[in-house]
Design a protein around this ligand. Structure first.
Ligand code: CMP
Length: 141
């Protein structure tokens, strides 16, 4: 069993795609452990994306991610990271495979509808970030 983090980005929440995206996630065998809709502050968005510090796209990405509500989900399943990668598709919707979330719903490389953790270490850090910044209360075990 592995855990990963997904964020449905403001472009997708705004277009009422939250339910369809979550359905695809569940249909792919991933279980939703924690889920929250929230509007990130610019400071939170910058902190979440701190691995991209210095990248030319960071300021625009932060403004976009703090520009409307996001839906963040901690997911669990067998090979959760790879499983989510398969259904989400390539970062740039233009390069994403047919049938993937980003191909069907993404608008461009920034407004690509979802973020996902890209490796076990990132997943661990991003879930810890969720639990520290967004979780109201951990789910009962
Ligand atoms: P995400 O998975 O949220 O992680 C970082 C985000 O930066 C990425 O998806 C894209 O939406 C955004 N981004 C914008 N420009 C680029 C770029 N040139 N390369 C990678 N990511 C980019």
């Amino acid at each position: 069993m592995q855990q990963t983090l997904m964020m449905i980005k403001p472009d997708a929440v705004e277009r009422s795609l939250t339910g369809r995206i979550l359905s695809r996630v569940e249909e792919a065998g991933l279980r939703i452990l924690r889920l929250r809709m929230v509007r990130l502050t610019p400071e939170q968005a910058r902190d979440f994306y701190k691995v991209h510090e210095g990248k030319p796209f960071l300021d625009s990405l932060v403004a976009f991610m703090a520009g409307g509500p996001i839906v963040a989900a901690v997911l669990e399943g067998e090979d959760a990271i790879d499983r989510l990668e398969k259904i989400v598709g390539a970062t740039d919707p233009a390069n994403a495979e047919e049938g993937t979330i980003r191909k069907e719903f993404g608008l461009n490389i920034e407004k690509n509808s979802v973020h996902r953790s890209d490796a076990p270490e990132t997943a661990e850090n991003e879930i810890a970030w969720f639990d520290l910044n967004l979780a109201l209360r951990p789910e009962p075990r």
